[in-house]
Design a protein around this ligand. Sequence first.
Ligand SMILES: [Fe+2]
Length: 164
Amino acid sequence: MFERLNTPEEAFNYQLGAALKMEHTVLDKILADNMEEAQDAKLKELFRHHMDETRQQIDNLEQAFSAFGWEVDDSPCPAIEAIHKEGKTNVKKTDDSIVDSIIVSGAAETEHHEIAVYESLITNARAMGRDDVVSLLQQNLAQEQHTLEEVKRSAEQIAAALPR
Ligand SMILES: [Fe+2]
């Protein structure tokens, strides 16, 4: 773990570690909880599928560390912990009949956060001339963007079916 970040490489290494921590939190906490709490079968399937993708994303991030010759090491990612905590609190206080609406809203926040993280990493990997790493990160970004679209579609269907 770095005390201070003094070079662009150190900053990138640190942020790559935060992305790794983010994905582990998404897989082990956010998606695991969503799978358990979602009521709609199609929504559960979306989360189950994204768990598989997230395992690939973790693998891609570990490959990015290796491509630089760095030891795989995660960095703190309090933002994703906060998204998880807020979602958990909201789900707990929400009736099962409308809980999917709360769950997809948290899922959209998660995906937007992940997209921002990958966009920044890609910008910096490209500036370092590391096309190999850019391509690994692009795979993750494309999966997050696709998942966000699926989440938005679900959110529309769920919102339309809510009792008014
Ligand atoms: Fe992800």
